[in-house]
Design a binder for this molecule. Structure first.
Ligand SMILES: [Zn+2]
Length: 173
């Protein structure tokens, strides 16, 4: 088991997506809540704005993905969970800041199996706000830099507007 320690203060930098091994186990400390998104796959995965979506209008399907910020022993990273894995941790109420997970992959196509380990108390400065998760995921999905220092509803609206614009632009060609 790797030691999960996290410095309280870090230099801000883009978060990469945690790569799970094809086979094997990784331990992570959750620094945020799990946030769910629906995404379309148009060359890359793009956030679905839900309302007034140009891709949904043309019958394109979406997939549900869950994201949370985790500490994997070296740095803050975004953990992306597929629908099956996200629903599994949601139904077991395993996703909360301070939760520690052991994630096991049993093959490239298998759903990761999440096991709960004893949770930790997060130190001040470790907790990552939901708005920060939204902004980071938006950035990851080509929506550019979104200001996370605004109320949650405004941030969600800003992401929906940007996602709608990006999808309209891509679907024209
Ligand atoms: Zn859509």
């Amino acid at each position: 088991m790797m030691v999960l320690t996290c410095k309280a203060t870090e230099v801000p930098r883009p978060y990469s997506v945690l790569r799970l091994p094809t086979r094997g186990t990784v331990a992570v400390l959750l620094l945020s809540d799990l946030v769910g998104f629906r995404v379309h796959f148009e060359r890359s995965s793009l956030i679905c704005p839900r309302e007034d979506c140009p891709a949904c209008r043309t019958g394109r399907s979406t997939k549900y993905v869950g994201y949370c910020v985790v500490w994997s022993g070296e740095q803050r990273q975004l953990l992306r969970l597929t629908e099956a894995a996200a629903r599994s941790v949601e139904s077991r109420q395993l996703a909360f800041p301070g939760a520690v997970w052991s994630i096991e992959k049993r093959g490239s196509r298998s759903t990761p199996v999440v096991t709960e380990l004893p949770p930790r108390d997060l130190k001040p400065g470790q907790l990552v706000d939901t708005r920060e998760v939204l902004a980071r995921v938006a950035m990851l999905h080509s929506l550019g830099v979104i200001d996370s220092a605004v109320p949650l509803a405004d941030l969600q609206e800003q992401i929906a507007v940007s996602a709608r614009m990006l999808l309209s632009r891509l679907l024209v060609h």
